[in-house]
Design a protein around this ligand. Structure first.
Ligand code: SAM
Ligand code: SF4
Ligand code: F3S
Length: 438
């Protein structure tokens, strides 16, 4: 009898992309997809960025044990947490552990383990073991979003921001060859994909390790492919967001107008301790240059509160920067100490409650700003890619504008994947609503 698998994904978009590749790899190795407890092989594609993400994955792995025993199945710990602490969990919480270098090769690893009793621990970080994220088999498969594909262009990161575990678990920067990426993007376009999201922890550094073309050139080449209507990219680092990227965006309308540009803090002293290698003024000046060149654009960010030693005045500097810059959106986090990072050695100066109070104050401020930024879109006509039928009504669909704002408009299942011009009428909660125009 064919055995079944289920993948649960935590963490960033790079993990979402890896999970898609893992599903293909598992199918290629002769396993069939199934829902949660009905699966024989439960794969947890995990994240280590904050303690909470790890705790959640561990709790869910524990909860899966009984069903897995009953089915004589196995639990696979994959992704960043596998790399960080998997060696100690193999044989107890998980039957197999597979680090991020090998996750796209997981089908073969599981098959070899089940059929031939091959090893349980796969945590090599040797470049030679880095299974490519550009999988030529991943063409035209009917996943939930056939018009959109994630496309990982770099693996790893060597910026060593003081709080961040990613360089430890994902290893150094490795750029996949541009010729392969562009060829793959063309083949995706030939199969009806109209939207791509280029992924990397710092996509702006593309090519620096390999001497390949710059990120700006790669972005231009992909956005010029026939049939590609929108190219998104994540994540940018302010220190590497060079003017040629801004110019390329200005000159290529298929490139998103939504830029995710983590600022992390509004205090120069804290940015220095974080090893971010820019100042608040440099960040502001970059935002000004982007806004001047692109006119219509949305800038979102990541912010951490309660970094070790952050004073109340330094936290207020973050609030001031958030208010004066006016972000369209922000992902905001309470600092979580991670063993193996530089900041782990720094003493925390505030209590958990104080950290949460700062976080809540920041979230409230950003919510109000986000609503104002959204409201000014009323009256504009935007290009919307429809993603799904609305959860609230079968007669409405939800899509995203080039500024990555969600929009609800009248429509049905037949509109999914369509590119429509939509006149924005107003805001409902955190979502725009509008009417299509011919
Ligand atoms: N590479 C991206 C960058 O440079 O911003 C994203 C890195 S991380 C996957 C996503 C976000 O998680 C970071 O931008 C940061 O705000 C947050 N983060 C990372 N480590 C953290 C920690 N130890 N505690 C709290 N938040 C953290
Ligand atoms: Fe982490 Fe910094 Fe690398 Fe982003 S750039 S993944 S925050 S070390
Ligand atoms: Fe988490 Fe790994 Fe992404 S630590 S944020 S899943 S790179």
């Amino acid at each position: 009898m064919r055995r079944t698998f289920h993948i649960e994904t935590y963490g960033c978009q790079m993990n979402k992309c890896d999970s898609e590749l893992m599903a293909l790899s598992m199918a290629g190795a002769g396993f069939d997809p199934a829902d949660g407890d009905a699966a024989d092989i439960r794969i947890f594609n995990t994240c280590s960025v904050r303690a909470h993400a790890e705790d959640r994955a561990l709790a869910n792995m524990r909860a899966a044990q009984a069903a897995i025993r009953e089915r004589d199945g196995i639990i696979v710990l994959a992704g960043c947490m596998a790399q960080r602490i998997g060696a100690g969990l193999a044989g107890s919480a998980a039957h197999i552990v597979v680090g991020p270098y090998q996750t796209p090769d997981i089908g073969r690893i599981v098959r070899d383990h089940l059929d031939a009793g091959a090893g349980a621990v796969h945590l090599s970080q040797e470049p030679a073991r880095l299974a490519t994220r550009i999988n030529p088999e991943n063409i035209g498969d009917a996943d939930g979003t056939p018009w959109h594909k994630w496309l990982t262009i770099t693996h790893g990161c060597e910026n060593f921001c003081a709080y961040c575990i990613v360089p430890a678990v994902r290893g150094p920067l490795v750029s996949f060859p541009s010729a392969e990426i562009i060829d793959y993007a063309k083949r995706l376009a030939d199969h009806g994909v109209i939207e791509l999201t280029l992924l990397g922890q710092n996509v702006n550094q593309y090519g620096q390790d390999s001497g390949d073309i710059s990120f700006a050139r790669l972005l231009a080449s992909i956005s010029e492919i026939d049939g590609i209507r929108r190219v998104n990219f994540l994540t940018s680092h302010p220190k590497d967001f060079t003017d040629d990227i801004i110019e390329t965006m200005r000159d290529h309308l298929a490139i998103t107008r939504a830029i995710h540009l983590p600022m992390q803090s509004g205090s120069d002293r804290i940015l220095g301790l974080m090893n971010r290698r820019y100042t608040v003024d440099a960040y502001r000046s970059l935002v000004d240059r982007i806004r001047a060149a692109l006119v219509d654009c949305a800038i979102s960010t990541d912010l951490i509160v309660g970094f070790p030693g952050e004073t109340d005045a330094e936290f207020r500097d973050t609030l001031d920067a958030v208010e004066s810059i006016g972000f369209d959106d922000a992902f905001m986090y309470a600092y979580s100490p991670r063993e193996g990072t530089a900041a782990h050695a720094l003493a925390e100066s505030i209590t958990r409650e104080e950290k949460i109070a700062r976080l809540n104050e920041l979230i409230a401020l950003q919510r109000a700003i986000g609503r104002t930024r959204l409201a000014v879109r009323a009256g504009a006509t935007e290009v919307v890619i429809v993603e799904r039928v609305s959860k609230k009504s079968d007669d409405e669909v939800m899509g995203k504008t080039a500024l990555n704002h969600p929009v609800v408009l009248p429509g049905g299942a037949g509109d999914i994947g369509a590119v429509l011009r939509v006149r924005i009428e107003g805001v409902r909660g955190n979502t725009l609503y509008g009417e299509r125009v011919e």
